[in-house]
Unconditional design. Structure first.
Length: 348
């Protein structure tokens, strides 16, 4: 964990007794001055009475003239898109998520209640977040995590639950559909078909620096670009290293952006398809397929949570025992259909 400063900003600590006072304070000169004094990559904590706000700057504030002067170019056809990205990345970003040890435990318990079959992965996230809390973080920060399991185990649903429980933005990238690394690593701006990465675009649009980035089915990504590696994950190692991520040079913008606050979750069916240097920088959780009993138990909880007919529990339990339902993906599709049918009946 890098050093970070705790501050109440310039002058005496302000008072925020209610929501209206807080809104006024967050738009006051007091806050603007505190933000202006924030150094690149150095988190600060704005301590207000009854409200703490950690924040950080992940990219320098820079005009297009300054940017062009650094790059030695001023005739980019995509200069308007570049300007929007630079402005968005240069804004102060909040650091969000559970901010105390108790809050981390409550966050993990909430996710576990919805996805108990991922208990080992949730516990790994909880322990990692607790380590960062003990080191001084007041936001959700975890070590890069690889979750290996078979298709239909519910990995995608898990990451959506994590984002919802932590109130963090989710950047979801389906790597199985990619033929280059461009959605993850921006393409050099000197190419005619250059473009920013989805991650850089998301950060520019987000108010948070510690977004959750999910690389789903990274083991199925095939880099068809010239000189592409048979294991494209080799090119992503620098994103997982704190030091290199903190000084990441974006190929499209030719701008250094601090990506070290990103929470990385990698979902795969076969982790052996990832490069060893990549895996060395992650915690790896290998999940066994859910047992029929686990599927039936999850079905019962979901039926109750969704307010569906209790009789469905018996019907689905029989389908699980007979082998008609063998994955959580199939289960949730069936429950979604039951939800839709129930809604139509109510409307009629």
């Amino acid at each position: 964990m890098k050093n970070w400063k705790m501050t109440s900003g310039p002058g005496p600590e302000p008072d925020a007794d209610d929501e209206e006072d807080l809104r006024k304070l967050m738009n006051s000169d007091f806050v603007f001055e505190a933000e202006a004094r924030t150094n690149l990559g150095k988190p600060r904590l704005l301590a207000l009475k009854g409200y703490d706000r950690p924040f950080v700057r992940i990219a320098p504030q820079m005009s297009m003239d300054e940017h062009n002067a650094r790059r030695g170019a001023d005739d980019r056809r995509d200069r308007h898109a570049v300007r929007r990205l630079i402005e968005g990345l240069g804004e102060i970003k909040d650091l969000k998520g559970p901010a105390t040890s108790d809050a981390v435990d409550a966050f993990a318990a909430k996710v576990f209640a919805e996805a108990p079959n991922f208990g080992r992965a949730i516990e790994a996230i909880r322990q990692s977040a607790q380590v960062h809390i003990r080191r001084g973080a007041r936001w959700l920060q975890i070590r890069p995590l690889v979750i290996e399991s078979g298709p239909g185990s519910g990995k995608t649903r898990l990451v959506h639950l994590l984002a919802e429980a932590s109130s963090l933005p989710l950047v979801y990238l389906d790597c199985a559909t990619m033929t280059t690394l461009t959605p993850i690593l921006s393409q050099d701006g000197s190419w005619s078909n250059s473009r920013q990465s989805d991650i850089m675009q998301a950060l520019a649009n987000s108010a948070s620096a510690n977004v959750i980035v999910v690389l789903d089915e990274l083991d199925k990504l095939r880099d068809m670009s010239r000189n592409g590696s048979p294991k494209p994950s080799e090119a992503l190692v620098g994103l997982l290293e704190k030091r290199s991520a903190a000084a990441h040079m974006d190929n499209y913008l030719q701008l250094a952006v601090d990506l070290s606050f990103i929470n990385w979750i990698i979902l795969v069916n076969d982790a052996t398809r990832l490069s060893q240097p990549f895996l060395d920088r992650c915690q790896i959780i290998r999940m066994a397929p859910p047992t029929p009993q686990e599927i039936a138990d999850i079905a019962a909880r979901e039926i109750e949570r969704r307010g569906l007919e209790p009789e469905l529990v018996t019907t689905i339990a029989k389908a699980v025992r007979s082998g008609k339902i063998t994955s959580l993906r199939t289960l949730h599709k069936l429950l979604d259909s039951a939800n839709a049918a129930s809604s139509r009946s109510t409307l009629n």
